[in-house]
Structures are given as C-alpha cells and as structure tokens.
Design a protein around this ligand. Structure first.
Ligand SMILES: [Zn+2]
Length: 75
C-alpha cells in the first residue's frame, strides 16, 4: 500500500511512499511553507503501489537468474 499526503493549504502533494515517509514529508512541507499551522489536508492511498511493485518483481527475476547462474557454475 502506497500513501500520498495532500497539503490542506496549497496544491502540494508528497511523493508516493510508506505511511511514515509521507507523514514526515508532509510535516516537513508544513514546517517550511506553512510555519505555525497545524498540518491538514488529506491522505490518498494506492493498493497497487506503483513504485514498489515493479521494482520488487524485477528484483525477484534477478534473484532467480542468479540462482540459475550459480547452479550452472557448480557443474
Ligand atoms: Zn502547502
């Protein structure tokens, strides 16, 4: 699950990431751009996780390839 936090004061949106990453980025944005205001806005969630899903699959494919290479070396 990916999270994206929307600023309640302007059109700023954090990048997609984990819940804690988004909260941190959102808080940093308020500290810099809306000093003294309580962080507001809304949270957008994405079950497909567009950033994490693809790279994870590529990593599994690479790991499988390495296992095959390692196995063929021992023969
Ligand atoms: Zn803002």
């Amino acid at each position: 699950m990916a999270y994206r936090y929307w600023c309640g004061e302007c059109s700023f949106k954090t990048s997609w990431g984990t819940e804690s990453q988004g909260q941190k980025e959102h808080l940093e944005h308020y500290t810099v751009h809306h000093t003294g205001l309580v962080p507001g806005g809304q949270v957008e969630t994405n079950r497909k996780d567009p950033d994490g899903g693809g790279s994870c699959l590529a990593f599994i494919a690479l790991a499988v390839l390495l296992v095959f290479l390692a196995a063929s070396c021992h023969h």
